[in-house]
Design a protein around this ligand. Structure first.
Ligand SMILES: Nc1ncnc2c1ncn2[C@@H]1O[C@H](COP(=O)(O)OP(=O)(O)OP(=O)(O)O)[C@@H](O)[C@H]1O
Ligand SMILES: [Mg+2]
Length: 256
């Protein structure tokens, strides 16, 4: 069993809450967080779970705020000023905004049936979620999977469909790549969503969608999947804009 450095970490909170019984191993330490495989209390509905523990604030690599948080307005002046001035308190708030965004996004998407891990519980610096893989091995990232032509086509289609499902739930990943997609049993799972943006608010949304789609198309091109990222993005964006303008009930009535 692995021991975690920080004695009063979120790990203890999840144990005390009776959600996990112990940490089995580190799956990966990334730029923003370390992810641990844990044994779950079966009451959670899982045998194994993944604990994503965000690094302490001074080790976190904050992404470009102005790009991702465009169109969001923080009502409380004290917090807004602290964020702008990047005070210590500001960075703390910033840190929890990222974790909270990932939690909210995972919740909305998994309830909507998109292929993302199911979030179980969270603290200010950690998220407990369903685990992808088996006891021996966590699911590999898409970048280290070597599919044949047909498998590649299938994975590609699953991902474009996932991007569409996310968009129709007003989520653009914003950092999608072959690193942030896991593959297990021929199915994709999209992970790592703290920077997700809402296309109704963010003026960079379409550009971020285009970057996400282009990265995926370029990855699959290596495995013989031909696609046109520009036309995929334009179809997705038009479909989404239309859905935003015409309410669901009316679309059903008009058989659109
Ligand atoms: N639910 C999960 N089940 C299995 N493995 C997971 C799960 N979530 C994350 N991982 C593993 O942990 C890695 C890091 O997770 P994630 O991308 O969310 O964190 P990160 O710190 O932002 O990483 P990076 O900076 O490398 O993108 C993933 O690439 C994956 O290998
Ligand atoms: Mg990642």
């Amino acid at each position: 069993m692995e021991t975690l450095e920080n004695e009063d970490s979120s790990f203890h909170y999840f144990i005390d809450e009776g959600l996990i019984t112990d940490v089995v191993r580190v799956i990966k330490t990334g730029k923003e967080a370390s992810v641990h495989q844990c044994r779950a209390n079966p009451a959670t509905g899982e045998n194994l779970v993944a604990l994503k523990l965000y690094h302490p604030l001074d080790r976190r690599d904050f992404r470009d705020e102005s790009l991702y948080r465009d169109g969001e307005w923080i009502k409380e002046r004290r917090i807004r000023v602290a964020l702008e001035k990047r005070t210590r308190f500001g960075r703390e708030v910033q840190g929890s905004i990222w974790v909270n965004r990932e939690w909210e996004t995972l919740t909305a998407l998994s309830e909507g049936g998109a292929p993302v891990p199911r979030p179980i519980a969270a603290t200010h610096d950690a998220i407990l979620m369903s685990y992808v893989g088996d006891a021996e091995m966590a699911a590999p990232q898409l970048r280290s999977v070597r599919p044949d032509r047909d498998e590649a086509q299938d994975l590609f289609e699953q991902l474009i469909r996932a991007i569409e499902m996310m968009l129709f739930r007003n989520v653009i990943h914003g950092d999608l790549s072959a690193y942030n997609v896991l593959v297990w049993d021929g199915r994709v799972t999209v992970i790592d969503l703290p920077q997700a943006v809402d296309p109704r608010k963010n003026r960079h949304a379409e550009a971020l969608l285009e970057r996400d789609v282009t990265r995926i198309c370029e990855h699959f091109e290596r495995y013989g999947v031909r696609s046109s990222p520009k036309s995929i993005v334009s179809d997705l964006w038009t479909g989404w804009t239309f859905a935003e303008l015409v309410p669901e009930e009316l679309r059903v009535e008009l058989e659109l």
